[in-house]
Design a protein around this ligand. Structure first.
Ligand SMILES: Cc1ncc(COP(=O)(O)O)c(C=O)c1O
Length: 380
């Protein structure tokens, strides 16, 4: 379908084409020098000692869970209002994902009070998600973690460039995981990045990323190594040079593109307040700096959401839902019923939320069309 306003769009041009061509001409496609440069640039940007590029954020989250030593018998507290990969990657290790509620209908991030309420003697870690790029209450969460001796991991898939108290999201906990999926603030199609300040964790992650091997094909190609040992049960979660080259080109555009997302978000807030005040835009409170990954709104209670989204579609405007809550998926339902606590705010938000289009190449005029369509779709 040709959307008049799609939900998201990429900002690709000659820079990306040239970057890919250079890699093809270099005749080295698998992980090598371009990836190293991409990692160094990303490390400097987020202010982390180590970064490792991987095939996607799901792989990054899985490696973060494995390197943190999670396994059967452990519990990890996660929000239910997230993409399913957050919880799945905990489950891959044999640990259980325990769902915490979100703060409020204004701040859709994991609630510190709900985290505390879910802690048991099996809890080993808290895996936070910075929903839409807005910061979790990291000061409170870090305090809880230190009081209970818990690991903090960050799903920063949405939060490339967001910060809190001058510190980038993804560098508060022991490991941060970023996504470069097609709709993200910078994209390589599929791709991800791990960030950590911990030398030992970085070394373990590096080895786990590539089959548990002590040397890479790139090292051997360079003549730095002839052979290798296998010292851990690793995976092939490597990125490749074409995607790293795309990442470097996209990275240059990130500051301006995040700024544009912020402007568009402000315009949405003004227009929605003026024209459809019954539709609320979360994250009104001042907390840190978001990279404005997506534009979630809450419909008035009782609105027929399917009917509303059909109305938007009739106007040529693509919308989405972030997210169907994970505890309600069939695969998680039973475990949640047995062990979980009620998640009233998550369930309310999940029932009322609709995501409106947001992408850096979007025009002001298009925001006006979307808001007008929201007004009309609610009225019928
Ligand atoms: C919150 C969250 N976590 C994890 C992921 C997984 O990222 P990827 O698609 O790069 O594996 C996504 C992707 O959309 C996400 O939104």
């Amino acid at each position: 379908m040709e959307w008049r306003v799609p939900l998201a769009d990429i900002d690709f041009g000659l820079e990306e084409e040239q970057a890919v061509q250079e890699v093809i001409h270099s005749r080295w496609l698998s992980m090598g020098e371009v990836t190293q440069k991409f990692e160094q640039e990303f490390a400097a940007f987020v202010g982390a000692k180590h970064t490792l590029a991987v095939t996607n954020a799901t792989a990054a989250l899985h490696l973060a869970c494995v390197a943190s030593g999670l396994g059967p018998g452990d519990e990890v507290i996660v929000p239910s209002l997230t993409f399913v990969a957050t919880a799945n990657t905990v489950r891959y290790t044999g640990a259980a994902a325990v769902f915490a509620d979100v703060e409020s209908t204004d701040w859709l991030n994991i609630s510190p009070a709900s985290i505390e309420a879910n802690i048991t003697d099996k809890t080993r870690a808290i895996l936070v998600v910075h929903y839409a790029g807005y910061p979790c209450d990291m000061l409170a969460i870090m305090k809880i973690a230190s009081r209970h001796n818990l690991i903090v991991l960050e799903d920063s898939a949405h939060a490339i460039g967001s910060e809190l108290n001058g510190r980038k999201l993804g560098t508060w906990g022991s490991i941060g995981c970023y996504s470069f999926f097609s709709n993200k603030n910078m994209t390589t199609g599929e791709g991800g990045m791990l960030a950590t300040d911990d030398d030992a964790l970085a070394e373990r992650l590096r080895i786990l990323r590539s089959h548990g091997m002590t040397s890479l094909s790139w090292d051997r190609h360079q003549g730095h190594a002839w052979s290798y040992d296998v010292v851990d049960l690793g995976y092939n979660y490597r990125i490749d040079e074409i995607r790293s080259a795309l990442g470097r080109a996209q990275f240059k555009k990130l500051p301006a593109n995040n700024e544009r997302r912020a402007e568009l978000t402000r315009l949405y807030r003004d227009l929605l307040n003026e024209l459809v005040p019954q539709v609320t835009m979360p994250f009104e409170e001042e907390r840190g700096t978001s990279c404005h990954h997506i534009l979630p709104v809450l419909l008035p209670p009782g609105t027929d959401r399917v009917h509303f989204m059909e109305g938007m579609k009739a106007h040529g405007i693509q919308t989405s839902i972030h997210y169907p809550p994970v505890h309600q998926f069939r695969i998680y339902q039973e475990a949640w019923r047995q062990r979980g606590q009620p998640l009233p705010v998550t369930e309310e938000v999940a029932a009322r939320e609709v995501t409106l289009p947001l992408y850096p190449t979007m025009q002001d005029e298009q925001v006006k069309w979307v808001v007008k369509a929201v007004q009309e779709s609610l009225a019928v």
